[in-house]
Design a protein around this ligand. Structure first.
Ligand code: PAN
Ligand code: ZN
Length: 185
């Protein structure tokens, strides 16, 4: 092969599957998500080993200025009447933003600022989501299939899972076969 050419990573836009690059992979199970869902009894009755979501991240430089690229695959399902979702986080470096791109499935991106103001964006194949700094973010799968989204974020951003305190102020549930958003103050 010509020495000037370097094999790039490939992502399958239809599934979010990466090839041609070392990957870091982390699965999050029901057991990992204690206290995240509103219905603690329903959570307790689930298989603790059930995978709720898997994140694959290209194993690239973590130097200041570098960007990480990863795909989240969030399974369909509910805990009680609440749709499966990611834990959600602020970035440890609060001012650092991120971009999400919807690849497959159907869901919502919940954004919440430090004043508690929350918004929801519809995630679908091709959707682009600009997450500003100082904004906590969580994916929610409201569909019947896997929700996959590609994300690009600064390597120095880090994750702060503890700072949400009371959690997000919105919950998304299925009530009477409809997607309902419930506000908790
Ligand atoms: C994403 C998230 C991924 C999993 O890569 O880390 O969707 O969500 P939790 O980290 O909240 O479990 C991202 O936002 N990175 O910054
Ligand atoms: Zn993030």
């Amino acid at each position: 092969m010509d020495p000037f050419f370097k094999q790039p990573s490939l992502v399958d836009w239809l599934t979010g599957a990466f090839t041609h690059h070392p990957l870091l992979r982390k699965s999050t199970t029901t057991a990992d998500l204690a206290e995240i869902f509103a219905d603690g009894a329903a959570w307790q009755n689930m298989d603790p080993k059930q995978v709720i979501y898997t994140v694959e991240v290209l194993d690239t430089s973590a130097a200041e200025g570098a960007l990480f690229t990863g795909v989240t695959h969030l399974n369909p399902g509910k805990v009680g009447d609440e749709f499966f979702m990611t834990r959600g986080h602020y970035h440890a470096r609060r001012e650092q933003g991120e971009v999400y791109f919807g690849l497959r499935g159907k869901g919502l991106l919940l954004l919440q600022n430090e004043e508690g103001g929350a918004t929801l964006e519809t995630v679908s194949p091709g959707s682009v989501h600009i997450i500003p700094g100082f904004t906590a973010h969580r994916l929610i799968n409201t569909g019947a299939d896997i929700l996959s989204a590609l994300a690009v974020w600064p390597a120095i951003a880090g994750h702060d899972y503890a700072a949400l305190g009371q959690g997000f102020s919105l919950r998304v549930k299925e009530i009477d076969h409809q997607v309902k958003v419930i506000r908790y103050d």
